[in-house]
Design a protein around this ligand. Structure first.
Ligand SMILES: NC(=O)c1ccc[n+]([C@@H]2O[C@H](COP(=O)([O-])OP(=O)(O)OC[C@H]3O[C@@H](n4cnc5c(N)ncnc54)[C@H](OP(=O)(O)O)[C@@H]3O)[C@@H](O)[C@H]2O)c1
Length: 403
């Protein structure tokens, strides 16, 4: 509990942490009580110094509730929009205080004096928030300065892996690129070297073979790998009895066993150097049972639980761990998994999210819609219901002969 609290409040000034505590009190205790418990006749709500009563007060409390919930999330996750929107909101309270006192005590010396006195703290808070950008995540040290010169990216011949390599190279990190298709890896390597002036090393390797991950670890044993991106992965969709056993076990080896071996081989060096990062490409599929994609879903649940555990274990040794959980992303994944093509996010957007949240939290779901789909139902509805609904969604995404 103490470590969790230390992690929660770390690297923020006291006043921002106090604001977070106040916002969460308002979001989780006061506003629900105010909206659902407080008698309508007693309810009052003030916006811009104008008081609303009765049902109007109930209605006007809803945006307040939303604002405090958003502020709790935004401050906790160091989202840059907190500076602008938080400042707007506290400016509104400040103006409200002035207007309220003047309208209550009249446009007299007393009214203006009391108005200014009560508006001042909120005006100061407005200025402080507007000036607090450095405490929110947009400004961060480049990856090379944070973690070191080299990264290993698995699955770097396509999709998210290519984007991870590009994002790392953009921040000056040299990359070991691993996957089976050597020609594709070489193209990526040329691009990174020419565009970003970083070094690269291409390692063609089949991570579905038990010895693949060990070979890869040996191939970069002479380098100080500061960032490991366990990204290579594949899906395999269809009715379980129609799926080939060998492809299923390959999937488990690529998605689960290889990340464990690579992390195990590389994390020791990171601990010695006192810094490093391990990123896993998980999936929102790992958040719920997924009939017709069951082994894939289980493999991604494995990645998530493994990453979240490591996040806590390695934190004090200076190593950041993140599991990125995308929804549908437009890569070669669907084709390989045997799915009917359907649209999704771009690999670039999804990877950009991982880069900004690394070090801030153990897991990140890409996009609010994916978050609502993957997290909320699993917390509210019976898991069996979720499994049936998920089956119906996946059914539409795979060819008839595999249903
Ligand atoms: N795209 C999505 O909708 C989505 C959603 C959620 C999560 N994810 C996860 O994101 C990760 C990346 O997927 P992606 O969307 O970028 O898919 P992708 O475009 O199919 O890329 C998969 C990468 O993994 C590599 N790979 C596959 N099998 C391999 C093996 N046996 N040995 C070595 N490398 C292997 C592939 O390289 P070679 O073929 O050259 O070996 C390729 O570079 C995966 O872990 C996936 O589960 C994807």
């Amino acid at each position: 509990m103490r470590d969790w609290l230390r992690d929660l409040f770390r690297d923020r000034p006291v006043w921002i942490n106090a604001l977070m505590i106040f916002s969460s009190y308002m979001a989780f205790i006061y506003m629900p009580w105010d909206i659902f418990w407080k008698p309508v006749a007693e309810d009052q709500e003030v916006w811009f110094g104008v008081m609303f009563t009765g049902w109007w007060a109930k209605l006007m409390a809803l945006p307040h509730w939303f604002i405090y919930a958003a502020a709790t999330h935004g401050i906790r996750r160091r989202r840059p929009w907190v500076c602008t929107w938080g400042a707007f909101y506290t400016a509104q309270i400040s103006i409200g205080m002035l207007v309220w006192n003047i309208s209550t005590f009249g446009f007299s010396l007393l009214g203006v004096f009391l108005g200014l006195i009560s508006a001042a703290p909120f005006a100061l808070l407005t200025l402080a928030l507007a000036d607090a950008r450095e405490h929110f995540s947009e400004i961060r040290k480049p990856m090379r300065a944070r973690y070191g010169e080299w990264a290993l990216v698995t699955g770097a011949s396509a999709g998210l892996g290519v984007e991870f390599a590009r994002a790392l190279a953009r921040e000056g990190v040299s990359c070991v690129l691993a996957a089976r298709r050597e020609d594709r890896l070489r193209e990526v390597a040329d691009e990174l070297e020419q565009r970003h002036r970083v070094e690269t090393r291409v390692v063609p390797v089949d991570l579905s073979k038990p010895e693949g991950a060990e070979e890869l670890a040996r191939a970069c044993a002479d380098l100080e790998i500061g960032v490991l991106v366990n990204n290579a992965g594949l899906g395999y969709a269809g009715r379980f009895e129609k799926l080939e056993t060998e492809r299923l076990t390959d999937l488990i080896t690529v998605n689960c066993t290889s990340p464990v071996i690579l992390t195990s081989r590389l994390v020791g060096g990171m601990i010695e150097r006192g810094r490093g990062a391990v990123i896993f490409s998980g999936s929102i599929a790992g958040r719920q049972p997924l009939p017709l994609h069951g082994v894939y879903s289980a493999s991604k649940a494995f990645d998530r639980l493994f990453a979240e555990s490591l996040y806590v274990e390695l934190r004090e040794q200076g190593i950041d761990v993140l599991v990125l959980e995308p929804g549908t992303t437009e890569t070669e994944f669907q084709e390989v998994a045997g799915e009917i093509p359907h649209s999704g996010d771009t690999a670039e957007t999804v990877v950009a999210l991982a880069m900004t949240t690394l070090g801030e939290q153990p897991a990140v779901v890409s996009g609010w819609w994916n978050w609502i789909r993957a997290i909320v139902p699993a917390r509210v509805f019976p898991r069996s219901l979720i499994a049936y609904v998920a089956r119906d969604v996946i059914k539409e995404r795979i060819p008839i002969e595999m249903r």
